[in-house]
Design a protein around this ligand. Structure first.
Ligand code: ADP
Length: 163
């Protein structure tokens, strides 16, 4: 059984993330989407909320499991006994960051293989932070995020603004 971990912050998940996950399940028999609990930036959604959105979106995909990881990804992969990591790449700056991360993770867990999927053209500009700005300023996000994510993001941002 070929299993891989697809880790990320997913704050919130965008159509770029969903595309990488959907393409990932055509390559692997099982995909564990691992939501980062500890992030350098303060997240807008709790890890539980981010995982709940992904669970609902992929409810009909038996090959996908949604889980959490806290701390080092290499340690999480070792604990899960999975040595393949799937990541998406958009730009040269993604490449440089991913290259460093991949080398660090391989030092910590030499059996690890990090597999990259290039984004599809229409998702090159998509990031969680751009989506937050678009929705915060009342822009149309229908082509960028799943309707469920849009609804949750609007609710979250409205609540924040009135708080
Ligand atoms: P992290 O904080 O770990 O970088 P993200 O949620 O920002 O988490 O991203 C998770 C993964 O998804 C990364 O590999 C990132 O490059 C990839 N990714 C994010 N947005 C896109 C996109 N629009 N197209 C393809 N891959 C993407």
């Amino acid at each position: 059984m070929r299993a891989a971990i697809c880790p990320g912050s997913f704050d919130p998940p965008t159509n770029g993330h969903l595309n990488i996950i959907e393409r990932g399940i055509r390559i692997f028999d099982r995909l564990i989407v691992a939501v980062a609990v500890n992030m350098s930036k303060e997240p807008i959604f709790s890890a539980e909320e981010r995982a709940a959105m992904l669970r609902e979106i992929f409810a009909n995909h038996p090959k996908i499991e949604i889980d959490f990881f806290d701390g080092l990804l290499a340690e999480y992969a070792r604990k899960r006994k999975i040595h393949r990591i799937l990541r998406g790449i958009r730009t040269m700056s993604d490449y440089e960051y991913e290259f460093q991360m991949a080398l660090a993770n391989k030092t910590l867990y030499p059996e690890l293989e990090i597999i990259f999927l290039m984004t599809e053209g229409r998702y090159t500009h998509l990031s969680s932070s751009i989506i937050k700005d678009v929705v915060r300023h009342g822009g149309r996000a229908a082509e960028m995020i799943h309707p469920l994510v849009e609804q949750q993001l609007r609710a979250k941002l409205c609540r924040k603004e009135w708080a």
